[in-house]
Design a protein around this ligand. Structure first.
Ligand code: HEC
Length: 215
């Protein structure tokens, strides 16, 4: 969107500069016949200077508009172009992936619908000690700071030490009979939500989790 905006602005600036060109030419047109009409052959001392000045000014304005437009184009880089640059850990062995804009949007939508009631902003309302920040996820057993770790948790959640099954206490596929929203979830949905959690950790690390709720 931002790039379209600046493109539009660049066009407008260009048009404005063009307008200056026409106006300048118009005034020059009316000035031009005056010069021969002086008949004596002595040109108006100011005329050529005026003309040059007008052209130079027009060029300057047009160039200025162009440069400004280009600068705006460069600055107005859409933020979603960066989605592909965020590297998300997939497993413990160092495998990573990147996401598409659609995947992030999908993960966010699912997360808001099914998880945000308890995990808004990456915290955990009912247990402030077990939030969705990287430090907390990676301190769990097994490590939950990867897509696979999180998907595993959503299939079959355990206590932080990994020892006790909590599928009846936490939304899960295993406890689907108690968690209606989880009953219809596909593995791809779990994947996208997990990717979204890790994406948020990298893009807004100071806000995501950490016990504070930001909106
Ligand atoms: C009813 C409230 C509730 C809902 C809804 C909920 N959670 Fe949780 N979540 C918790 C609580 C409480 C814990 C802490 C569990 C514990 O004591 O170990 C937790 C823990 C977690 C953890 C482990 C965090 C860590 O640091 O180890 C993950 C991951 C997680 N939730 C993801 C999700 C996702 C994804 C969803 C949406 C599908 C979801 N949760 C929905 C309450 C909820």
């Amino acid at each position: 969107m931002a790039s379209y905006g600046s493109l539009l602005l660049a066009c407008c600036l260009g048009m404005a500069s063009m307008h200056v060109v026409f106006v300048a030419q118009g005034s020059m047109g009316s000035a031009a016949p005056q010069t021969p009409n002086q008949a004596t052959g002595t040109q108006l001392p100011g005329a050529p200077g005026l003309e040059e000045n007008g052209v130079a000014q027009t060029a300057l304005r047009f160039g200025g508009g162009l440069v400004l437009g280009l600068v705006l184009l460069a600055c107005g880089k859409p933020s979603f172009a960066d989605v592909e640059d965020v590297v998300i850990p997939v497993d413990d062995k160092g495998k990573t992936t990147t996401l598409t804009k659609e995947q992030v949007v999908r993960g966010k939508r699912l997360f808001i619908a099914s998880c945000a009631s308890c995990h808004v902003g990456g915290g955990t309302r009912t247990n402030q000690n077990v939030g969705l920040a990287i430090e907390e996820l990676s301190g769990a057993t097994p490590n939950r700071a990867t897509i696979e770790g999180l998907v595993d948790y959503l299939n079959n959640p355990t206590t932080y030490d990994g020892l006790k099954d909590i599928s009846e206490v936490h939304p899960s596929i295993k406890g689907g009979d108690i968690w209606p929203k989880m009953r219809t979830m596909k593995q791809q949905d779990l994947y996208d939500m997990s990717a979204y959690i890790l994406y948020q950790n990298q893009t807004i690390p100071e806000k995501w989790g950490g016990g504070k709720v930001y909106y």
